[in-house]
Design a protein around this ligand. Structure first.
Ligand code: FAD
Length: 301
């Protein structure tokens, strides 16, 4: 059976795209390779989604998923390996079978490069997003790990919220734009801990004790912080769609604000898109645009 819209990913972007396409009268199959909700399902507390003063990521995901199911969405728990164009539309090649669709919304999100030493404390003192979790550390001391544009930007954001920000970087040079670097170097409450890696993370009272190792002589030192932000980079989950759509040098999908790609009938939504702000609100906004654009595309077939 050919469905109208195949949605890759049951994160907030994909589920919102499904809701909008379903409400426009389309049949929708959502493909999900891991778990409903995507990244936000891991977050114990969301405080910046309009309409909810506080909600857990899991509850928010469940609500959106149930809304999509109630409208008639079908779920396939399977990994999309590739999407191929056919004379009738698109073939969705999955781990356990193949499906046909008239239009496709790619909402495959991203993964954060993890810091293994910090993994046991994710969601309990360790975060991957300063905009999401910075306020939990208002007036406190935090550390950011990384040396790229994201790490420097996260440190700058946190410096306006927190009393003190350590930036732990394994080198002395930073891969950040000059304007961002100038602001970073001028911030008095950012303390650079250069030529160091995070060797171990341990609970220390209500905070976290970081053991740091010198990349120069292997010597150890450390700091105790209230929170640790890991900013080692993003890995967009776009590999299966290479060739079908254009990706930038980091693997993010190129599209306009209308979420259309270079391939008619293929739309992208959420964190897998190249864009400035990656948040729940922007994922949902993309999902709405992509779901409606997919429906309009089918109207024109
Ligand atoms: C710990 C944490 C806390 C956060 N807190 C906040 C917050 O408080 N407020 C806020 O606004 N934002 C927060 N964010 C950011 C927010 O979660 C993301 O911006 C948003 O969830 C992105 O949604 P998405 O649907 O684009 O992608 P994702 O959530 O990444 O979902 C993509 C989905 O696609 C699936 N998928 C990928 N490839 C395939 C494939 N080939 N086949 C099938 N399925 C596939 C994945 O398994 C995943 O479920 C947080 C992020 C994290 C990690």
């Amino acid at each position: 059976m050919v469905c109208d819209v195949a949605v890759v990913g049951a994160g907030i972007a994909g589920m919102t795209a499904a809701i909008y396409a379903l409400r426009a009268g389309r049949s929708v199959v959502i493909f999900e390779k891991e778990s409903i909700g995507g990244q936000i399902a891991l977050s114990p507390k969301v405080e910046n989604y309009p309409g909810f003063t506080e909600i857990s990521g899991l509850e928010l995901s469940d609500n959106v998923f149930n809304q999509a199911l109630g409208l008639g969405a079908q779920l396939e728990v399977d990994e999309v390996k590739s999407v191929e164009r056919t004379s009738a539309g698109f073939r969705i090649v999955c781990g356990y079978g193949e499906h046909e669709a008239k239009a496709v919304v790619i909402a495959s999100g991203l993964k954060h490069r993890r810091l293994e030493a910090a993994a046991p404390f994710e969601g309990a003192g360790v975060s991957y997003c300063a905009v999401c979790d910075g306020m939990f550390y208002k007036g406190k001391t935090v550390a950011v790990v990384g040396g790229g544009n994201t790490a420097v930007s996260e440190a700058l954001y946190l410096a306006d919220v927190c009393e003190k920000v350590y930036l732990v970087h394994r080198r002395t040079g930073y891969r950040a734009e000059k304007a961002v670097m100038d602001r970073f170097l001028a911030k008095e409450n950012i303390i650079r801990l250069e030529s160091r890696t995070v060797e171990a993370v341990e609970r220390d009272g209500a905070g976290l004790k970081l053991t740091l190792k010198s990349t120069v002589d292997g010597g150890l030192d450390g700091v105790t912080v209230d929170g640790l932000f890991v900013a080692l980079g993003h890995i967009p989950q776009s590999a299966p769609f290479e060739g079908l759509i254009d990706l930038d040098e980091n693997g993010f999908a190129l599209s306009g604000e209308d979420c259309m790609t270079k391939t008619p009938g293929v739309f992208v939504a959420g964190d897998c898109r190249r864009k400035e702000v990656r948040q729940l609100t922007t994922a949902a906004a993309d999902g709405a645009a992509a779901g409606l654009a997919a429906s309009k595309y089918i109207d024109g077939l």
